[in-house]
Design a protein around this ligand. Structure first.
Ligand code: PLP
Length: 293
């Protein structure tokens, strides 16, 4: 099946879809993005993703290119055309095309929009969730505004590659005080022996993950408790459970940090429970096709 992308007003075969070489997203990473989960043909937590996109664009002083509803309609159409039942939809908004100067273009330019969608390997994802994944730790060498979801992800890319080279799934980034900030593409959590969940406050040190936000509701609904505070690598290594959250993987148990086993090197019961009920609490969008049961 030929995959389809949406680029600046047109649906095109992915293999030939392209942006202009002076798109500022390409030359300066001057763009924000969102990735939403697709489950059973429906976009998960679209409203929250759109609100965060609005905050990212505001911070970058890029105008919202169209209404949230119109962007949502394009995302659904891309999901439909790619026949994605379970996977992700990617939405990127750049400042647009202008002669290459660092400062913003003087005359207003139209923001650039790119939307793609792809299926995920749900069997592989379930296998990983059943076994748990491993993480390594690395210094967090990113800029100070990682709360803005920009496409400037090179430090994250290099960290993730170091994890892959080390045979691990994710890299947890560590601030100068020795505290875990987040993963290269996920938020980081631990579970204390008394069952309390711990995650870093969503100040400017981390991205305010949408999965993280929804998990607060899950935790309340399941009668559990969260402490929002930084935690060290040493504390994580002695936690009874640890896990990652992100839209492309929901909740993923961590069973090893820097080669050190977490609990019994198996996904813990609280993490497994949260993963099992997560979608009962998330906002589920309309289905894209009658072909999806
Ligand atoms: N932290 C970083 C650095 C990310 O890139 C992501 C997702 O891409 C997350 C956390 C998780 O955010 P969300 O749950 O919104 O996918």
């Amino acid at each position: 099946m030929t995959r389809t992308a949406y680029v600046n007003g047109q649906y095109m075969p992915l293999g030939v879809a392209s942006v202009r070489i002076e798109d500022r997203g390409l030359q300066f990473a001057d763009a924000a993005y969102e990735v939403c989960e697709i489950k059973a043909g429906r976009i998960i937590d679209e409203r929250r993703h759109m609100e965060r996109l609005g905050r990212s664009l505001d911070a970058l002083q890029i105008p919202m290119p169209m209404s949230q509803a119109a962007l949502g309609a394009i995302m659904r159409e891309v999901v439909r055309r790619n026949r994605v039942r379970d996977g992700i939809v990617y939405l990127q908004v750049s400042r647009g095309v202008a002669a290459r100067n660092h400062a913003f273009p003087r005359a207003p330019v139209r923001p650039g929009i790119v939307v793609t969608a792809r299926r995920s390997d749900t069997i592989e994802m379930t296998r990983r969730a059943d076994q748990g994944v491993t993480v390594i730790t690395l210094p967090d060498n990113r800029w100070e505004r990682v709360d803005i979801k920009t496409v400037g992800l090179l430090p994250n890319v290099l960290a993730k590659q170091k994890a892959v080279d080390a045979g691990a799934f994710e890299a947890w980034l560590i601030d100068k005080g020795g505290f875990v900030t987040e993963g290269s593409a996920t938020n980081a959590w631990i579970v204390q022996k008394d069952g309390t969940l711990v995650t870093r406050p969503a100040d400017r040190g981390i991205l305010r993950g949408i999965t993280r936000g929804t998990l607060f509701e899950v935790v309340a609904g399941e009668g559990l408790r969260i402490e929002e505070r930084p935690f060290t690598v040493a504390e994580a290594k002695t936690a009874s459970e640890a896990f990652l959250t992100g839209s492309s993987l929901s909740i993923m148990p961590v069973v090893e940090i820097d080669g050190h086993a977490i609990g019994r090197r198996q996904p813990g019961p609280i993490t497994a429970r949260l993963r099992a009920v997560f979608h009962d609490y998330a906002e589920i969008g309309p289905v894209w096709s009658s072909l999806v049961p």
